[in-house]
Design a protein around this ligand. Structure first.
Ligand code: ZN
Length: 265
């Protein structure tokens, strides 16, 4: 029976090769369909791209924030002042929230990614951005009971169809295995866009603009919250959100954003 055995063992690899070829074909067809269905341009430089939204050149320019940074605000230090030292900003003007972390500096590439997610329906970027954020916020998420996105006002939500912070929160929650609470924090009034406002005006603009509805207060009480937003500029919005969560007796609020504005690069 040896010849049959040889024949069978000779056919098996060939069958496997044919099956693999079919899988490759199906995979390639699916990828082709995806390429047609999804945008295939780098969000930063518009070069054709495969995969995760950035071309190799723009990817290499992403400015990830790594230690040393202020343990409170996550602002990167240009030199290492030693463990546990805080930035001047954290000492002079401490926020309502505990710790803040950001995945990247808010530069041209980060701005393009945020803009594409926010205004160009590039929801395919959320899992990538969420992955970077989950990595930057590992310590925060390890302590967290729930992840809460900064809410959009419903009027802006209608215009934009989705809340980019909620998409990032979902991606982070899935990654870190922490539940995401979408309806615990509400915008109680429409606020002007923060862009172009001074630091003081930003704070005044969002003061009292967020609240935890009475029905949601029991879900917040005693919980450690990681608040998620796309960009941290002056911190006024996240501070107003943190105050609302703390008023509802959250045990603590940390902040995790995709990008933060850094003066000294
Ligand atoms: Zn590019």
């Amino acid at each position: 029976m040896e010849p049959d055995g040889v024949t069978i063992s000779g056919w098996r690899p060939r069958l496997r090769a044919i099956a693999a070829g079919c899988r490759d074909f199906v995979g390639a067809t699916a990828r082709l369909a995806l390429d047609i269905a999804l945008p295939t341009l780098c969000v930063a430089c518009r070069a054709p791209v495969r995969g995760e939204g950035l071309c190799a050149s723009c990817w290499s320019q992403v400015s990830f924030i790594e230690r040393p940074y202020c343990e409170r605000l996550g602002i990167p230090f240009v030199y290492d002042p030693g463990p546990g030292l805080l930035s001047m900003e954290a000492i002079a003007d401490p926020p309502a929230y505990g710790r803040a972390r950001a995945a990247v500096r808010y530069d041209d590439v980060a701005r393009a990614m945020v803009h594409a997610l926010k205004y160009q329906d590039r929801t395919d970027l959320a899992p990538v951005m969420g992955r970077w954020m989950a990595r930057a916020g590992t310590e925060l998420l390890a302590d967290a009971d729930i992840v809460v996105p900064v809410p959009l006002h419903w009027r802006r939500g209608l215009a934009r169809r989705y809340n980019q912070a909620a998409m990032l929160a979902t991606a982070i929650g899935r990654r870190a295995d922490v539940p995401v609470a979408h309806d615990l924090l509400k915008r109680t009034r429409h606020t002007e866009q923060q862009v172009g406002l001074s630091r003081a005006d930003r704070a005044a603009n969002v003061q009292g603009a967020f609240a935890v509805p009475d029905a949601a207060k029991a879900s917040i009480r005693g919980k450690r919250v990681v608040l998620v937003d796309d960009v941290l500029t002056s911190g006024a919005t996240t501070d107003a959100c943190a105050r609302a969560l703390l008023r509802a007796r959250a045990a603590g609020v940390d902040v995790l954003v995709f990008a933060r504005v850094v003066d000294r690069v």
